[in-house]
Design a protein around this ligand. Sequence first.
Ligand SMILES: Cc1cc2nc3c(=O)[nH]c(=O)nc-3n(C[C@H](O)[C@H](O)[C@H](O)COP(=O)(O)OP(=O)(O)OC[C@H]3O[C@@H](n4cnc5c(N)ncnc54)[C@H](O)[C@@H]3O)c2cc1C
Length: 481
Amino acid sequence: MRLIWFRNDLRCHSHTPLLRALAAGEPALALYVLCPLQWDRHEVAPLRRWYVLESLLELGKTLASRGVDLHVVDGGDFDGAVVAVTNFVREHGITDVFCNREYPLNELNRDRAVAYELEKDGVRIHGFDDGVLVPPRALNTGKGTPYTVFTAYKRRWDRWMEENGPRVPEVPCWPARRGRFAGRGRVEAALSELSLGQALRAQWQPGEDAAARQLSAFVKWHIEDYKRLRDRPAETATSELSTALSAGTLAPAEAWRAARMAMQDPVAREGAATWIGELAWRDFYRQILHRFPALAKGAPFRPETRFLRWNDNEAHFDAWCEGRTGYPLVDAAMRQLVSTGWMHNRLRMLAAMFLTKHLFIDWRKGERFFMRHLIDGDFAANNGGWQWSASTGTDAAPYFRVFSPVRQSRRFDPEGRFIARYVTELAELDNETIHEPWKQPLLTGDYPPPLVPHEGVKQRVETAFRAARDAWHRQAGEQGA
Ligand SMILES: Cc1cc2nc3c(=O)[nH]c(=O)nc-3n(C[C@H](O)[C@H](O)[C@H](O)COP(=O)(O)OP(=O)(O)OC[C@H]3O[C@@H](n4cnc5c(N)ncnc54)[C@H](O)[C@@H]3O)c2cc1C
């Protein structure tokens, strides 16, 4: 008997483990291990848990209709998952386990422990890389080291994709029987334990069918303008497929194939090529996390930045979390996050840079806050984005680059439409005042003045980074002495 172990790949299409497990026409079972304690430990947002569980319900139904039983067991945390998988394999006489690899440290340790246990019983494990377009160890620089600069990585990534990119997917050889969704009750029970407002859920559609529809709609209506409009948060210009990609209801291969098809239309070529570049960023941060595992333990990529002395101002942190910094676009961004579970990329960069540069608060606090709210919360992309913004990461924004919240606002939300949507107390202001409401305090009601002035931030950040570098050199000198 063969087993397909589903994790962050909650779909049937473009799923190599499923395809291979069913290829020999042998009977196969499917398994998903719930790990609510692991979710608690990683502070996974309730909205994301809901998305995963609902997608799992859809997957269980689809598999059953095609002759494969999906079992759902409760592992508690990843240690418990090792026991749960091992027991399941022994109880059901499994000879081969098929799954997609996962690259963060805890997931790798879990999988190594499972492999260690199962190999004692002679069970074979077959791992695949459908979660990325280019496997994280496939590309190395001429020196055999991992790429740490995106542009060089992307050049090599493009070549690899030309030579090895995903081909048209085969269709699994489904068994001629009716399957059973054995874990449905467990998933429904886990869903009933979530405390989550209906308004938040109503904005999202879980499952692979919805993800496929969303991909086609994006390619049909928006991809051609992607390059032009993707930095405008008031527009519907980006795919909003990050949730589907991170939970695996959409295969990156499908996303890439759809964009490549779009490139055949000269009008859409530029937009589609730019969008493919974002899929490469996704792979880039996954390979960085995989090849520098200290990142998974909270380490910054740049060692000197360990010596930065961050501010510990709780009142400032709370104001940022609640969208009350006095900078309208930053506040609109934070309110979008809390009220929808998602934030536009331009605003993630702005909000993260504001926290780490203007308020000089540790990026790890912001990273955790994002994970607590994001429906697309994904360790590699979130860590990469935060370290980019804080200038502690690989190929990050240089530390002397500090976004001006007002200039970003004028440039990317010139009419203030996005601000008006989320900072409703400013909705009546004109296009000018809405970016700098403190200039017209009589019109802005309860809206707060800026928490800190923009002037002087760049100098303060430069001083702090220089001090950190000096401290690092001193420590290196003392250790060498
Ligand atoms: C501080 C910060 C935190 C972030 N946290 C996350 C996170 O938890 N989960 C997440 O998926 N993305 C994260 N991102 C990356 C990016 O903001 C989102 O992927 C993007 O906003 C999702 O919107 P979209 O699906 O419309 O993207 P599109 O513009 O349509 O891009 C297509 C896909 O490419 C990938 N992608 C796009 N930009 C990036 C990027 N910079 N890094 C990695 N992958 C990218 C995503 O999978 C996205 O769905 C973060 C970025 C920053 C600056």
